[in-house]
Design a protein around this ligand. Structure first.
Ligand code: SF4
Length: 131
């Protein structure tokens, strides 16, 4: 587990990713979640926490906003640096969706119309194979 990152940490570690002021609280929430599940407290992992948290606010799929070549590459990265979080996402939900669903469940704020994915007609949007 890495020490949680503040917004200023995120901005310092990922200066290339612009963050809209309205999303500052969300960035910190995502950074806290990622730090909690980080495999270690190395500089590389802390930088990844910052980049993923900031990029989570972007308009595209997370792997695209991170500049990775594929969704599979993001899966590999998550396995290396956030293995416990990767294990929680064993059904291969799209990462932005998964992260927000985790945060919303913690806050007891329902984010989905259906309480269970198995009973939901939006599975084709939320899930995608990693290979
Ligand atoms: S499949 Fe439905 S219930 Fe599951 S995360 Fe997507 S919208 Fe929510």
């Amino acid at each position: 587990m890495a020490a949680s990152l503040s917004l200023s940490d995120v901005k310092a570690l990922a200066p290339e990713v612009p963050i809209h002021p309205m999303l500052h609280d969300e960035v910190e929430d995502v950074a806290s979640l990622l730090a909690e599940y980080a495999a270690d407290d190395s500089d590389e992992t802390r930088q990844l926490v910052a980049r993923i948290a900031a990029s989570s606010m972007g308009p595209n799929h997370l792997w695209e906003d991170l500049g990775l070549p594929s969704r599979a590459a993001l899966g590999d990265l998550m396995q290396r640096h956030f293995p416990a979080l990767k294990a929680r996402n064993h059904r291969q939900m799209r990462w932005k969706k998964f992260i927000y669903r985790e945060l919303c469940e913690r806050a007891s704020v329902p984010v989905c119309r259906s309480p269970h994915c198995d009973a939901c007609d939006e599975q084709h949007i939320c899930f995608a194979p990693e290979d």
